[in-house]
Every structure is written in structure tokens, then in C-alpha cells.
Design a protein around this ligand. Structure first.
Ligand code: ADP
Ligand code: ZN
Length: 432
């Protein structure tokens, strides 16, 4: 059983006591690393500086740039002999950062993932196909270990090779998958090409969607196409990888495992804590990592804590679906735009296909935005007037949402290049 009832439904007061003792242990341990050793000495901080959880605010934030500047071993808090695994981030926003784990770190991480998958309904009897890249990326091995711990039969399919994915799914009656949401949509066009209906021609009941931001509409669209239940899965390599926060059967926010991570939400500009339930940047402190503990790590991911309790009985608080990263925010003619706002609108419009791309250009002193939108197959081969109507509708909808008028280019289904990894949503040609 990976329903760890005692810890998952722990009384909040007890949970906070556990967090406080783990936070003090983490500090005492982290000071062995070159980086925290130096910072703590400079600031006169040690485990005794922490009397309550909010005392964590006495410690400076850690950023991705700190990890890059102290690359590769500046954050290691054990001797190198004790390390058994290295992973790295995907490098979405610059040089990839590396993360190291002890055997116990891997065991804790595996357990968290087993907890997540069990929560969403995966069992020993399931056949689990992991469609994520195996290797440095955490989505492959992370889920693989967790699923094996539950005792499911794991098919380590890896990413890409869509026709083989479909073949595996059908030959071995896959019941659960782990997939990047933009890839799930892309894969649906391959089913279409093969004249197969995933609802009828596969047995998948559960999907874990992770690694990139996606809207509720996109989730529902994926669920509708495949006829399975899709659960949002959040994680980042700096905090192990997947298994940080995950949806329960109520699909209303992701429980963040607070026995392993101390959560803060801060205003990304002032870096001050926001009021309860308000949106801001997620900051996390690892409470169980020994190889490479991280304190007040700024994720740059925007979310909020959903107030109130969850009907499933778990007491770990829930994070709302991520709006994106602070780095994703585009500023066009003084207006702040997140790619997810565009996705949210597009997913609602009939005739829109599975992918889109935002292109920003500068002409003289004027910036403009073009959105390439894939159109579903039957729409594209249809009447030209219908297409023009669709184009106008998209312009109207996006104008209403963004308050600027984008140029819309309708393109054929599956014509925007899609790799195996995280979707590229924006091409900004304005940079010098
Ligand atoms: P990189 O930071 O280079 O992309 P990672 O592979 O560590 O490398 O990816 C972690 C990041 O992926 C998170 O910080 C977040 O921005 C994004 N991410 C992962 N899962 C989700 C999710 N379910 N929803 C939104 N964003 C996600
Ligand atoms: Zn719940």
C-alpha cells in the first residue's frame, strides 16, 4: 500500500512540528556544503537561528543562477562517495543545472512518486507506459522507480517514436501513461492518421500530465480525446523532479508533500510573502534531501495555495494549476501576457487543432504578435469561408483576453514542429 495514511492525513499542527524539526536538521546538514557554509557564516546563521517555521525568512533565497555559479559541486553536502545519481534540469531557461542524490534521497523520491501515483488510482495490476525521456531528465527514471515500487508492470518506452508508442499501448494493453501534455495532443493526431480512436482502441484509464504548464481546458481536451482521467503532476529537478505536487481524485489543485518540502509563496518583485491564498512565486526548501539540500529555492513558477481543505482527507495543502513561469511573461506594447492565457482561449474554440506558436516581431518601433494556430484536419480541408470565420473568431477572442490585436495565421494540423520534450510556445525575434 502506498496510501501513507498517517503522514498524508497528519494533523496540521503535527505536520508543522515535523517540518520545524526537519528544517533545523536540513540547516545543520546544509552548512557542510561549500555554498551554504559560506552564506551561513556571512549571515551568522545556524540551526539555532530557527525557532519557528517563519524564521526560514532569515535565510537568503537560492536561485538557479546560484546553482549555475557554483556548478557542479558547490551545493553538495555529503562526501562524493555517498552520491549515487545525477540528474539535470531540462535547460528551458538557460544552462541546465545539475542535481545529485544519495541512495536515501532516491528512496525518498521514489516513495513520494509511489504516493502520488497511488493517490491518482494506480495499482499493482496496472501496466504503466512511461513516455518521458530517460536519462538526465527526471521524468523518466523518477516515475519509473515510483511505478515499480507500487508493483505495476513498467514499459520504459521513453519519449517520441509515436507509432511505436501506440503499438506498445495496444500490444500490452497499457492502462496508465506518463506524458507531456503537448505530446499527448500531438500523439492524438498520429492516432487520427492511423485511423484509430484512442477511446476504443486502447485501454488507458489514467494519465499523468507533467513537465510543462497547461490549462484546465487543455487537460479536459486531452481527457475527452483519450477517454481517460488525466492528473496534473508538478515537480522540478532541483526538488528531485516529479513527485513534488500531484492531483488527487478530486482534481482540484495539487497536494504538495509538505513533509518533504517547506512552501512559501512570495511576491516575485518585492520577494515578500503574499497574503494567504494570493498568487505569487513558489519558493521551496527541501526537508529530506541530503546529497544536495536547497533552502528557499526560487522556482520562478507562479501559483497560489488553494484555501480550505480537500474532500479526499489529505491535509497537505493544494497548489493551484501553474500559470507559467515568471520568465514566460511577455511584454508587448506595455501589456503583460502569459502564453497560458492564449492557450486557455484557443482550447475553447471549435476547429482549433492541437498546437500553437506565438511569434513576436519588431518593425521600426512597433512590436507585433503573430499566433500560428493549427486547425483540426476536417476544418482545414473544408470551406475557405469557414476558415476565415474561424480566423476572425480567434482574433476577437484573443483581443478580448489580451487587449491587443494579434495577427492570426491558420496552419495545417501537425505542421508546427514538435520535439519530444517540452513545447516551445514563443519565438521572440525582438531581441537584438
Ligand atoms: P527546467 O527548469 O530547465 O525546465 P526541469 O526539468 O527541472 O527543468 O523542469 C521543471 C519546471 O517545469 C518547473 O519549474 C515548471 O516550470 C515546469 N513544470 C513541471 N511540471 C509542471 C506542471 N505540472 N505545470 C506547470 N509547470 C510545470
Ligand atoms: Zn485531495
Amino acid at each position: 500500500m502506498y496510501w501513507e495514511k498517517d503522514i498524508e492525513t497528519i494533523d496540521r499542527r503535527k505536520l508543522e512540528e515535523l517540518q520545524l524539526s526537519r528544517l533545523k536538521d536540513t540547516l545543520a546538514h546544509a552548512q557542510r556544503s561549500y555554498y551554504y557554509g559560506k552564506i551561513f557564516q556571512e549571515k551568522g546563521i545556524n540551526a539555532d537561528s530557527i525557532r519557528s517555521l517563519s524564521d526560514v525568512q532569515k535565510i537568503p533565497f537560492t536561485t538557479k543562477d546560484d546553482l549555475r555559479e557554483n556548478w557542479p559541486y558547490g551545493f553538495i553536502a555529503v562526501s562524493k562517495d555517498e552520491l549515487v545519481r545525477m540528474h539535470s534540469s531540462s535547460g528551458t531557461t538557460g544552462r541546465a543545472t545539475v542535481i545529485f542524490h544519495t541512495a536515501n534521497d532516491v528512496a525518498v523520491w521514489t516513495n513520494l512518486l509511489a504516493r502520488c501515483m497511488f493517490m491518482a488510482g494506480m495499482r499493482k495490476s496496472d501496466v504503466f507506459q512511461n513516455m518521458m525521456t530517460y536519462g538526465l531528465f527526471t521524468g523518466g527514471l523518477g516515475f519509473h522507480y515510483g511505478a515499480e515500487k507500487i508493483g505495476a508492470l513498467v514499459i520504459p518506452a521513453g519519449a517520441g517514436n509515436s507509432k511505436r508508442q501506440i503499438q506498445l499501448m495496444r500490444d500490452f494493453a497499457t492502462t496508465a501513461v506518463h506524458v507531456i501534455p503537448s505530446y499527448a495532443l500531438h500523439l492524438s493526431t498520429v492516432f487520427e492518421e492511423l485511423k484509430l480512436d484512442p477511446r476504443k482502441d486502447t485501454s488507458v484509464k489514467i494519465a499523468f500530465l507533467g513537465a510543462e504548464p497547461h490549462t484546465e481546458k487543455m487537460r479536459r481536451k486531452i481527457e475527452e480525446i483519450y477517454g481517460y482521467k488525466a492528473f496534473n503532476s508538478y515537480g522540478l529537478s532541483e526538488m528531485n523532479g516529479p513527485g513534488v505536487a500531484f492531483e488527487c481524485p478530486y482534481q482540484d489543485g495539487m497536494h504538495i508533500w509538505e513533509d518533504s518540502f517547506l512552501v512559501e509563496i512570495v511576491d516575485p518583485k518585492t520577494l515578500q510573502p503574499v497574503a494567504d491564498g494570493e498568487e505569487g512565486e513558489l519558493v521551496m526548501t527541501s526537508l529530506q534531501k541530503k546529497g544536495m539540500p536547497l533552502i528557499r529555492y526560487r522556482t520562478k513558477d507562479l501559483t497560489r495555495i488553494i484555501p480550505g481543505t480537500c474532500a479526499c482527507g489529505r491535509t497537505h495543502r493544494r497548489l493551484e494549476r501553474f500559470k507559467g513561469r515568471t520568465d514566460d511573461m511577455l511584454i508587448l506594447k506595455g501589456v503583460n501576457i502569459f502564453p497560458m492565457q492564449i492557450e486557455k482561449k484557443l482550447m475553447d474554440i471549435e476547429g482549433v487543432g492541437t498546437n500553437f506558436l506565438i511569434i513576436l516581431n519588431r518593425e521600426g518601433y512597433n512590436d507585433n504578435m503573430t499566433v500560428k494556430v493549427e486547425v483540426s484536419r476536417d476544418y482545414f480541408s473544408g470551406d475557405i469561408k469557414q476558415l476565415e470565420k474561424l480566423r476572425k473568431k480567434i482574433v476577437e477572442e484573443l483581443k478580448g483576453e489580451l487587449l491587443i490585436t494579434p495577427k492570426i495565421e491558420l496552419v495545417e494540423s501537425d505542421s508546427i514542429p514538435k520535439g519530444d520534450g517540452k513545447a516551445v510556445r514563443v519565438i521572440d525575434n525582438r531581441k537584438d
